[in-house]
Design a protein around this ligand. Structure first.
Ligand code: C2E
Ligand code: MG
Ligand code: MG
Ligand code: MG
Length: 277
């Protein structure tokens, strides 16, 4: 290859890097303004109790309605929010919104419904996280038992004892802890025993593989083990009747997925509740 061409390629590469960086910086700037500009919102996906067949509550999922970028999904900006520390104010906003939503649901008479919100490890690691959470919940006036926090297994990668202590303190407030995306990390069933949690959310990848014998057996044993440990199980990403039937057979407690409903904006949740009650 000619020398000149290599140089060109390098220049091209450099420009591509520049573009990526510039895009990231612009997005970061927009994200910084998103909270004040009122561009963030929560959408809600129903969770169904397997036995009653009725709605149990919702998972709150963050959306960014950006002037520049349109509707942005969390996988496209939560990482950036984590890297820049913006996840801290955003995360508190999410918790406040979720509490307000619970308050509204209960005020409308749906007082048994729960809402779970996703939190990042960076939030949990804040020194005053538990105290701030306590204040947010107290200020909203809701029953803390109606709120759940979803944490992923990756939360547990470091500072295991510190995290355990915080999760315990959160549960002492009456708020429940849900272990999200279970089965994707280095999760082991023995180590599930050590965690102060209430609910295990079986990752969608198990639903995707549900036609396979191994996947079925794995799903069944996760549910069995969780039950033995006194935990409830949620299957996430349930898309088909077949998956639902299998989950019922394995006695999974709660299901969530497109088969029931996609996440919807708050104004649509109330008619959804009426339909699923
Ligand atoms: P997650 O907590 O595991 O949420 C489940 C994701 O699966 C959601 O994507 C949901 O819309 C999607 N989903 C649910 N049912 C189905 C289904 O049947 N089929 C398919 N294909 N997908 C389904 P979403 O809303 O894009 O969120 C992605 C991830 O972003 C979440 O995964 C969570 O880790 C993160 N996230 C969302 N909201 C927040 C937040 O407020 N704070 C933080 N820190 N992370 C959040
Ligand atoms: Mg979740
Ligand atoms: Mg999940
Ligand atoms: Mg997930």
């Amino acid at each position: 290859r000619a020398k000149g061409q290599g140089k060109n390629q390098f220049a091209f590469f450099e420009k591509a890097m520049d573009d990526v960086m510039r895009h990231k910086m612009m997005m970061e700037q927009s994200l910084r303004e998103a909270l004040d500009a009122d561009e963030l919102c929560l959408w809600y996906q129903p969770q169904i109790d397997m036995y009653s067949g009725k709605i149990r509550g919702f998972e709150a999922l963050l959306r960014w309605n950006s002037k520049e970028y349109g509707l942005v999904m969390p996988l496209q900006f939560v990482r950036l929010a984590e890297e820049t520390g913006l996840i801290i104010p955003i995360g508190y906003w999410v918790l406040k919104r979720a509490c307000l939503f619970i308050k509204e649901l209960h005020a409308r008479g749906y007082s048994a419904l729960t809402v779970s919100a996703n939190i990042s490890v960076a939030q949990l690691m804040q020194n005053d996280f538990v105290e701030s959470l306590r204040q947010i919940v107290a200020a909203s006036g809701i029953n803390p038992a109606a709120l759940g926090l979803e944490i992923t297994e990756s939360v547990l990668a470091d500072s295991f004892d510190l995290i355990i202590g915080k999760l315990q303190a959160i549960r002492n407030l009456g708020i429940s802890i849900h272990l999200d995306d279970f089965g994707t990390g280095y999760s082991s069933l023995t180590y599930l025993k050590k965690l102060p949690i209430d609910i295990v959310k079986i990752d969608k990848s198990f639903m995707d593989g549900m036609q396979e014998q191994t996947e079925k057996e794995l799903t069944e044993s996760i549910i069995e083990m969780a039950h033995r440990l006194g935990l409830k199980t949620v299957a996430e990403g349930v898309e088909t009747e077949y998956q639902l039937a299998k989950l019922k057979q394995y006695q999974c407690d709660i299901i969530q997925g497109y088969f029931i409903s996609k996440p919807v904006p708050e104004e649509q949740t109330y008619s959804l509740v009426e339909k699923l009650l």
